[in-house]
Design a protein around this ligand. Structure first.
Ligand SMILES: Cc1cc2nc3c(=O)[nH]c(=O)nc-3n(C[C@H](O)[C@H](O)[C@H](O)COP(=O)(O)OP(=O)(O)OC[C@H]3O[C@@H](n4cnc5c(N)ncnc54)[C@H](O)[C@@H]3O)c2cc1C
Length: 417
């Protein structure tokens, strides 16, 4: 295969690689992006299936992400927001807990929902105030513990932790024991408080597409897997070699470990996402519905087409169901258990919901238990001319993939002088 021997090779065409490419492009530095799969986007992809839009796992854009606000054109993405809050499924009933300032009509329900005490609400309001008024970067300088230890130290009741924080934060970090870092918890609370949880009208893949939209098409090479990096030469699976002046590894953590020969990644956390279709109905809420009973297997259910109608064809609703982890038992066994729980939550009509697809993501996110890296620090050079972007040495998520991609590009620009 003949590829241009550009100054920089970026390995991986996910959000981090594309963000790096954008920054280099503004400086006029010649680069090539090598992407192993058939399209850009990495973990942020959307498939079309019989008129439905199926994101690769339930994913959302938090509009408060500082780097996303800086770089993305939200208007062009045509963002549609979930209602600010969530529904909690407790003992056969659903309770709405919403941000009282943005959804005053749910104030009474929010106060009376059986997810903790009145004092817990006050503690949550105080904590939210604290994390939204502190400097953003300061959140990542604080002493660290697991989220569970932090919440216990903050005085939250067992019920509030089990029924609110475990399903909510456990769902965000795909971590039912909420061992993720207290810094990540505070950052997540801040993002939820300061913005919307949104979907681009035509699916999450519109985000990487927008990042790539200004890049020259010929520099994005798909179906090109890098086999190894040695002596600053990049060898592809077909044996061809590139020798750029700088290399940016922007793959997922475990693959970055392999390519760099530095075992730094934190272990993988998995997600299984099942999609169903049903007839459109008025009651399908634009809220995330969370399992506060902890009976499983479901962590959360969402109705993406109730948020952005383009996710389903006319007259239909798309239902997304998230199961944390990567259950070993066969597909039909998991489907049976999920259907059983859906009927329990939404009544017998859920038995007729048609299964559309299942996405099993073995490496959805890395483990985020302490100690975690400060994602705001500059990107160091791994070896002369070799840089890394993405979650390897940072944190996972669209915000950090974008920021680390830009910072890696800035480190490359410094290095190339
Ligand atoms: C199910 C799920 C839900 C999520 N939910 C959210 C959410 O709601 N909000 C949020 O902010 N974040 C969420 N995330 C996390 C977010 O999607 C990721 O952190 C982010 O997309 C990572 O981007 P990246 O570019 O660092 O890595 P990736 O997206 O993993 O991109 C790496 C790219 O490198 C390519 N590659 C790998 N090896 C090679 C090789 N040898 N040669 C060439 N190319 C290679 C891969 O094919 C891939 O395209 C979620 C992730 C998943 C999976």
């Amino acid at each position: 295969m003949r590829l241009p021997n550009n100054d920089v090779v970026i390995i991986g065409g996910g959000i981090a690689g594309l963000s790096c490419a954008r920054r280099l492009n503004t400086e006029g530095i010649p680069f090539t992006v090598l992407e192993a799969s058939d399209r850009i986007g990495g973990r942020v992809k959307t498939d079309r299936h019989d008129g439905f839009l199926l994101d690769h796992g339930f994913q959302v854009l938090q509009t408060a992400y500082p780097e996303a606000k800086r770089v993305l054109d939200y208007r062009q993405l045509d963002l549609h927001a979930f209602a600010p809050g969530a529904m909690f499924q407790v003992a056969g009933r659903r309770f709405t807990v919403a941000d009282p300032l943005r959804r005053p009509r749910d104030v009474i329900g929010t106060i009376t929902a059986p997810i903790g005490t009145f004092v817990d609400r006050i503690r949550l309001a105080r904590l939210t105030h604290r994390v939204t008024t502190e400097g953003f970067e300061d959140l990542f300088q604080q002493p660290e513990s697991t989220a569970m230890q932090f919440l216990q130290a903050e005085g939250f009741s067992k019920t509030m932790i089990a029924r609110f924080f475990v399903p909510f934060f456990g769902g965000v970090c795909l971590d039912p024991e909420i061992r993720a870092s207290s810094r990540v918890l505070q950052y997540v609370l801040r993002m939820f408080a300061q913005g919307d949880v949104a979907l681009p009208a035509m699916g999450m893949e519109q985000i990487p597409r927008q990042l790539a939209s200004d890049l020259p098409a010929e520099i994005l090479r798909t179906n090109v897997r890098v086999r190894q990096i040695a002596d600053n030469a990049v060898t592809m699976e077909d044996g061809s070699v590139l020798s750029p002046r700088a290399i940016v590894v922007a793959t997922e953590g475990p693959e970055a470990d392999r390519l760099l020969g530095i075992p730094r990644s934190r272990g993988s956390i998995s997600e299984t996402c099942l999609y169903f279709s049903c007839d459109r109905a008025e009651w399908h809420p634009p809220f995330l519905v969370l399992d506060a009973d902890g009976t499983g297997p479901i962590n959360n259910v969402a109705f993406p087409s109730a948020v952005s109608p383009a996710y389903a064809p006319s007259g239909k609703t798309l239902v997304s169901v998230v199961v944390l982890g990567h259950p070993d038992a066969g597909e039909s066994h998991l489907l049976f258990r999920v259907k059983d729980q859906l009927v329990d939550w939404f009544g017998s009509e859920a038995a007729a919901w048609e299964h559309l697809a299942t996405f099993r993501m073995v490496h959805a996110l890395p483990d985020q238990s302490p100690p975690t890296a400060d994602p705001n620090t500059p990107i160091p050079m791994v070896r002369p001319g070799l840089f890394v972007a993405g979650e390897h040495g940072s944190l996972p998520g669209i915000q950090w993939a974008m920021l680390s991609g830009r910072k890696a590009a800035e480190a490359v620009i410094d290095c190339l002088g």
